[in-house]
Design a protein around this ligand. Structure first.
Ligand SMILES: Nc1ncnc2c1ncn2[C@@H]1O[C@H](COP(=O)(O)OP(=O)(O)OP(=O)(O)O)[C@@H](O)[C@H]1O
Length: 270
């Protein structure tokens, strides 16, 4: 595996499917993307393509720049160099909400829920926001009964509809964050450590949910995760971040066997 892999088209690399002629245009294209703040380069010239329907997982030691890269892709932070293209359109200068309207949605490493608000109200409010409404002028969740019901059913939270977010288990909170994301029907989902804080008993159901959003619904998924066993099961390709750079990008098997990657993780379990 060579780092030049990172600048070649994503299609076909993951499972060896398709020919160059049959490759669809990438849904997401990063070119020379970087973020420098206070003189420190946090994300350093990352280039990669993600094909429609792909599951690309990001791994790397703590502080490698994975979340920062997600912030640049989702528009939470502005890039200080390079470009982000979605469906062939340069969105580098677009704000996060404009990117969300184009089908790019994300979850966060730390919980983004309102403790005193019910599960159904979270989803209803997200539906209102997805329709261009404001998060500040709150209408009741039952303005969107069908949509709320559908998303709660999809995320196995129907029985928790009237429950306040702060009494949910960690796994249910993560599902609710996915529900809030799904109500906007994202085609490209950025999931930042969706298993963080989730108990071992709840991991399989959450993994299955994420798998079905990808495999059954055909959503493109970019996911940061530290649990390698989960990624080996879910991901088409692994991207390895190290000191802000993209160290490797290949199939999980090839990445695991790469001596450069092993070196980067020296002292840590890969
Ligand atoms: N706003 C900021 N200002 C200065 N430094 C920052 C800022 N945001 C992140 N950093 C630094 O950038 C580096 C990368 O952080 P980031 O959260 O992107 O890493 P990560 O790979 O997601 O780590 P983890 O796996 O621990 O979540 C860290 O050293 C962090 O302290």
């Amino acid at each position: 595996m060579s780092p030049t892999n990172t600048t070649s088209p994503g299609a076909g690399e993951a499972g060896g499917t398709g020919t160059a002629a049959a490759r669809p245009a990438p849904v997401l294209r990063l070119r020379d993307l970087g973020w420098t703040i206070g003189g420190a380069t946090i994300v350093d010239a990352v280039s990669l393509d993600v094909r429609e329907g792909e599951f690309l997982a990001f791994i790397g030691p703590n502080g490698a720049g994975k979340t920062s890269l997600f912030n640049l892709i989702s528009g939470l932070n502005p890039a200080t160099r390079g470009t982000v293209e979605l469906d062939g359109r340069d969105i580098t200068a677009q704000a996060a909400h404009a990117r969300a309207r184009r089908g790019l949605g994300r979850t966060f490493q730390t919980s983004s829920l309102w403790p005193g608000m019910t599960v159904a109200d979270h989803v209803g409010l997200a539906a209102q926001a997805a329709d261009g409404g404001s998060y500040r002028v709150w209408r009741r969740a039952d303005t969107y009964p069908e949509r709320v019901e559908r998303v709660l059913d999809r995320t196995q939270l129907t029985h928790r509809a009237g429950t306040r977010a702060d009494v949910l288990s960690h796994g249910e909170k993560r599902k609710l964050e996915l529900a809030v994301l799904l109500v906007g029907e994202p085609r490209l989902m950025l999931l930042d450590e969706p298993m963080a804080g989730v108990s071992a008993e709840e991991v399989p159901a959450l993994t299955e949910l994420i798998r079905s959003l990808h495999r059954e619904e055909g959503r493109t998924v970019l996911m940061v995760e530290h649990h390698m066993d989960i990624l080996l099961d879910l991901a088409d390709r692994l991207a390895v971040m190290h000191h802000g750079t993209l160290l490797a990008l290949d199939t999980p098997k090839a990445v695991m066997a790469d001596p450069t990657v092993q070196q980067a993780y020296l002292g840590e379990e890969l």
